[in-house]
Design a protein around this ligand. Structure first.
Ligand SMILES: *[C@@H]1O[C@H](CO)[C@@H](O)[C@H](O)[C@H]1NC(C)=O
Length: 217
């Protein structure tokens, strides 16, 4: 986080027209409520049709996906293909023209039971379809053994550092993709592990730090 704070002034200096603005202190920064989820879909090995519930808040600013089959396992009697699963979320968004915003927070919950020698990794890669080269990836790792050998729920709370922000396209709509992947590795072929992602929430209004910038003229 410290490194991100140091990089910010350089970014602003390099593109004087684009202002990095926060919610507070900027009267002309749009209300996050104006980012609306128009449509949502999903695809991947971790979310076959019929295993996902989707709920969008009445004001269309918060979406939660519930997953019944987003789970991986490793160890005796398991298959190689069960070690990693992915589920890509696609959010069709509309928002005020003339501004771009960066997604900075989202939350995931799941369950992990990992014996010593097994490591669970959960990656989330964020990008907009209109600029698929600009991606940012967060990673949470859980090292097996100790409390994890018994099994525990976990929370992955993503906070993307400033230097890694990806911005929505200029215009008034964009498709935000979030490719979530859970994967297990092991240094002990006798050890077992199991990890799930049970839900994913992307909440535009509940983000305290949503970042806006004006589009370059
Ligand atoms: C490998 O895992 C098994 C099952 O948890 C355990 O009994 C064994 O001690 C482990 N071996 C090593 C070398 O850690």
């Amino acid at each position: 986080m410290r490194a991100a704070a140091l990089v910010l002034p350089a970014l602003v200096a390099a593109s004087p027209v684009a202002q990095v603005v926060g919610n507070d202190g900027w009267a002309d920064a749009p209300d996050p409520k104006q980012i609306q989820i128009v449509e949502a879909s999903f695809s991947g090995s971790g979310c076959p049709q019929g295993t996902v519930s989707t709920s969008i808040s009445p004001d269309k600013t918060v979406i939660t996906f519930g997953f019944d089959a987003f789970q991986t396992e490793i160890g005796p009697g398991t298959k190689m293909t069960d070690r990693t699963k992915n589920c890509q979320l696609h959010l069709n968004l509309k928002y005020p023209g003339g501004f771009q915003f960066a997604v900075v927070e989202s939350t995931y919950h799941g369950y992990a039971q990992l014996e010593t020698g097994v490591t669970g990794n959960f990656y989330s890669t964020y990008y907009f379809s209109q600029d698929a080269q600009a991606t940012t990836t967060t990673q949470t790792s859980i090292t097996g053994g100790g409390i994890w050998a018994e099994g525990q729920v976990y929370t992955k709370a993503d906070k993307i550092p400033t230097a890694s922000y990806i911005y929505s396209p200029c215009g008034a709509s964009g498709i935000l993709n979030i490719n979530n992947r859970i994967a297990l590795t092991s240094t002990n072929s006798s050890a077992s592990g199991f990890i799930t992602d049970d839900d994913a929430t992307v909440a535009f209004t509940q983000q305290l730090n949503i970042a806006w910038r004006s589009c370059k003229k």
